[in-house]
Design a protein around this ligand. Structure first.
Ligand SMILES: Cc1ncc(COP(=O)(O)O)c(C=O)c1O
Length: 486
């Protein structure tokens, strides 16, 4: 908690794309900002990678610029390319492979379920979706047994917590669904005239007036039209305007304009408790508390996007559980590590919200399939243990200490700040982090950049302390080498 309070708020504006770029330039630049730079390595005719890369260029729609390597397999915190080179993976598939690569229990569960039932659609029940939903809800509620806010509010029968789950296939879809649920909630409360305490009479009875959504600078919520509309980054939004109406952007970690932006016409506020893509920026306690209060005042729903920061990455099951209970959300969206790499996403919504979603309101063909949900059960069981969560905290502290020790002379110069929580860490540099990411890859360490010149560190949650130290040492060397040659 202390480290959370100490973390400073930084503007997490992503680099802005210049106007009038061609599509390939836009995608190359977007990819470059995210750290996927082509290496200067020239692949020989015999290279297995070469053929794959040629086919990618010829047959795939390229929205990423990737380095010239093709990954073929992994084990724990390591991955290997088709030319046999080993890499320590501090990307974990962008915070996805929480339990590490080719985890034996995950592999066994996938193999066994594949011989039974992979998919049956939502026309029928399957045994794994409700089992996973129950695990997620029960594990969540344990954090605040005396809770009274949002998803932690007591159920009608007085039992602890009152949330339900909808499964999707990705983080974007989870956010899209959460926004739809909020829109419907807004319509219903407006129609019934049960708006927040400050609602003006004029709003009561008109279902279309409570449809505004507020999101924040530096946030990232996905690429579908709804999720993109709340991702306040010109780089991502500009090629696809006009976006959905009624979305307003507020400055992250600032409450001054809350009264102006969040009013009776607002149905939802969506925020990441720790911004990931935006450059690893934790929300301040007072900021989240103010959002909760304001949402209650105006009858809006508070959505926490925990797609990157949730499911153990902060050292708690949910990043919002680092905060007091009066910062609790009405909905939590999750995805990335939930099935250790199999596509899955989910919305956990308080009963107040879940009750207004009716048959036919929303749907998905693949979401909630028995394969992903079975693996999800295993993941939640393995992540939600004191041993694993304590390890994340300890490993995160070692990572920070090692980097701070090695980079001390550069802090305030080429290194702007080392920040983050658990195994969601960032090193903000004073210049483009891509050369450091490329150098590290050449030395066998995979890293991914984030917004605001930040190198992001999101290794598997069970990475050993030895490998954490090894990764920190390689990274520190690369930053030193780069700043010496700059
Ligand atoms: C916080 C956050 N929300 C949403 C998304 C989108 O998730 P997906 O790529 O699974 O659609 C991401 C992906 O990076 C994310 O980090």
């Amino acid at each position: 908690m202390n480290s959370l309070l100490l973390l400073r708020s930084k503007s997490a504006q992503m680099l802005s794309a210049s106007t009038r770029l061609g599509t390939s330039q836009v995608s190359a630049r977007a990819a470059a900002v995210r750290g996927y730079h082509a290496t200067s390595v020239r692949l020989g005719q015999g290279s297995q990678c070469k053929q794959t890369i040629e086919s990618t260029e010829k047959f795939m729609i390229n929205t990423y610029t990737r380095p010239e390597l093709v990954l073929s397999h992994g084990k724990g915190s390591y991955v290997y390319d088709t030319d046999g080179k080993e890499y320590l993976d501090f990307t974990a598939g962008i915070a996805v492979v929480g339990l590490g690569h080719s985890h034996p229990e995950v592999a066994a569960a996938v193999a066994d379920q594949a011989t039974k039932l992979v998919h049956c659609s939502n026309l029928y029940h399957n045994e794994w979706a409700p089992t996973l939903a129950q695990k997620i809800v029960r594990a969540t509620m344990d954090a605040y047994p005396q809770g009274s806010q949002g998803i932690y509010a007591k159920a009608a029968d007085g039992s602890n917590g009152s949330a339900r789950v909808f499964f999707s296939n990705s983080g974007t879809e989870a956010n899209e669904g959460a926004l739809k649920f909020a829109r419907k909630y807004g319509k219903i409360v407006a129609e019934q005239g049960i708006l927040g305490k400050t609602a003006s009479e004029a709003l009561r009875g008109d279902p279309n007036l409570k449809c505004g959504i507020v999101s924040f600078t530096g946030g990232f919520h996905g690429r579908s039209m709804g999720a993109l509309s709340v991702t306040a980054s010109p780089k991502y939004q500009k090629p696809f305007t006009p976006l959905i109406p009624g979305v307003h952007t507020m400055k992250f970690n600032e409450t001054r304009e809350l009264g102006t932006f969040v009013d009776e016409r607002t149905c939802a506020v969506i925020v990441e408790p720790i911004q990931g893509e935006g450059g690893i920026h934790p929300a301040q306690v007072d900021f989240l508390r103010a959002l909760r209060r304001r949402c209650d005042q105006v009858g809006a729903l508070l959505i926490y996007d925990e797609i990157q920061c949730g499911l153990g990455r902060s050292g708690k099951l949910w990043a919002h559980q680092l905060y007091p209970e009066d910062c609790s959300p009405d909905m939590v969206t999750m995805a990335k590590p939930l099935a250790n790499g199999l596509p899955i996403g989910a919305i956990m919504a308080s009963n107040k919200v879940a009750d207004i979603v009716k048959v036919g309101d929303h749907g998905t063909t693949f979401g909630g399939n028995p394969l992903a949900c079975r693996v999800g059960c295993l993941v939640v069981d393995r992540i939600n243990t004191p041993e694993l969560l304590d390890h994340v905290v300890a490993a995160g502290e070692v990572l920070e200490q090692e980097l701070t020790k090695a980079l001390q002379p550069l802090i305030g110069g080429p290194v702007v700040e080392i920040r983050g929580i658990g195994l969601l860490r960032g090193i903000q540099l004073s210049s483009d982090p891509a050369p450091v990411v490329n150098l590290a890859r050449d030395r066998g360490l995979l890293l991914v950049a984030a917004g605001g010149n930040t190198v992001r560190l999101v290794p598997p949650l069970n990475t050993s302390i030895g490998d954490i130290k090894k990764g920190a040492a390689i990274l520190a060397e690369c930053i030193k080498q780069r700043s010496a040659s700059a």
